[in-house]
Design a protein around this ligand. Structure first.
Ligand SMILES: Nc1nc2c(ncn2[C@@H]2O[C@H](COP(=O)(O)OP(=O)(O)OP(=O)(O)O)[C@@H](O)[C@H]2O)c(=O)[nH]1
Ligand SMILES: [Mg+2]
Length: 351
């Protein structure tokens, strides 16, 4: 499928030229819009409004894991397999450590060059300025741009450090968590949180010793988790926490544990098959719609929080804030009463 072959409906009349070009799959326009998303602000919001009717088509796949587990190498190999299958692919890499510098980002230049010359692959590394929250927003918005531009698969690489893991699970339909072999006791280092966000677990660097140990450990953790029905996020749970289909049969998704050797491109086709199975599972069970709603809910609340805060701060003089902080420190006022007083004085409540 080409990146431009699944247009829906006419382009909206108010679309700027760049938006129109991006919707038609033009790479320079797409790049420009993603830069706009990085900057944020009113113009970015306007563009997102225009893009929104065209989004919701792509399968967004998150790839996360500790630094150096081979995410970029694997993403490049996944993209190659998608290309062999005739799919176009969008790639967004969130790299908090180093700025995008040509071939550096995909680990090795040969892999990168092969993809970079392919018109059906769009690769973008997100700039690192701004807070993590800002980066998460910019990443989500960049994904919206690629989605609207017609990429049926969008791979998002994030380093699994702190909050960003959770963020990717919120953006992606399918989250792949990468592990790699470690020596001896390091098996303990598998973080508890990963099973909650992982739809697929991949043990990369399977060419190194110890890969099977990690697989066994992960399976054991999944067994423990399934006893408590905790190992899958985002599924349709009833009051008892059970997923069922219309026939009443229980449905659930147990994350498969796969071995890959990204360096040699081994296990990548199997990984993509698992990604596809997970997508099919979500489409068949209603989990896809459920997650879509969760995502929209999240996004709306984030925007409301941000906008309300901005409006409130607009109406409060800086000196008022400074004075209030002093009063709190001097124990003349408590922070809850102070917040109430400031909100009341702002006049926002009345409106
Ligand atoms: N032995 C082995 N090495 C691998 C494999 N996959 C990746 N590597 C190597 O691991 C190193 C890190 O790979 P990257 O793809 O840059 O890892 P990453 O997770 O994207 O790293 P960051 O983005 O810096 O967090 C590179 O030297 C890769 O060549 C593999 O399957 N086997
Ligand atoms: Mg990387």
């Amino acid at each position: 499928m080409s990146a431009t072959s699944r247009r829906r409906g006419p382009l909206i009349a108010s679309g700027t030229e760049t938006v129109t070009q991006a919707l038609a799959g033009e790479r320079r326009a797409i790049a420009r819009l993603i830069s706009l998303m990085e900057r944020g602000g009113a113009e970015a919001r306007q563009v997102l409004s225009q893009l929104h009717p065209h989004t919701g088509q792509a399968h967004i796949v998150g790839i996360t894991g500790a630094p150096g587990t081979g995410k970029s190498t694997l993403v490049a190999e996944m993209a190659k397999v998608y290309r062999r299958q005739g799919q176009s692919v969008g790639i967004v890499a969130v790299d908090p450590t180093s700025p995008f510098s040509g071939g550096a980002f995909l680990g090795d230049r040969i892999r990168m060059r092969e993809l970079a010359t392919d018109r059906q692959v769009f690769i973008r590394s997100m700039a690192t300025r701004g807070s993590l929250g800002g980066l998460a927003r910019a990443t989500a918005d960049a994904v919206h741009v690629l989605d609207a531009s017609g990429y049926p698969v969008i791979l998002v690489e994030t380093v699994g450090a702190g909050q960003s893991e959770v963020d990717i699970a919120r953006v992606a339909h399918t989250t792949i968590v990468l592990q790699m072999p470690a020596s001896g006791d390091e098996i303990q280092a598998i973080k508890a949180g990963i099973l909650e966000i992982a739809d697929i677990l991949a043990v990369n660097k399977a060419d190194l010793a110890g890969a099977d140990n990690i697989v066994t450990a992960l399976q054991a953790m999944l067994d423990l988790g399934s006893a408590r029905s905790e190992w899958h996020h985002g599924q349709l749970l009833d009051a008892e926490g059970v997923v069922s289909d219309s026939s009443g049969e229980q449905l659930s998704w147990r994350p498969p544990v796969l071995k890959t050797c990204a360096l040699r491109g081994e296990g990548v086709e199997e990984l993509l098959a698992a990604v596809q199975t997970h997508w099919q599972y979500q489409c068949d069970t209603g989990v896809r719609e459920y997650r879509e709603r969760e995502r929209a809910n999240d996004e709306l609340r984030r925007i409301l929080r941000h906008d309300l805060m901005a409006r409130l701060l607009d109406r409060i003089a800086d000196t008022d804030l400074v004075d209030t902080v002093e009063r709190i420190v001097a124990r003349e006022e408590d922070p809850y009463s102070a917040a109430e007083r400031l909100i009341a004085a702002s006049g926002l409540e009345a409106g």
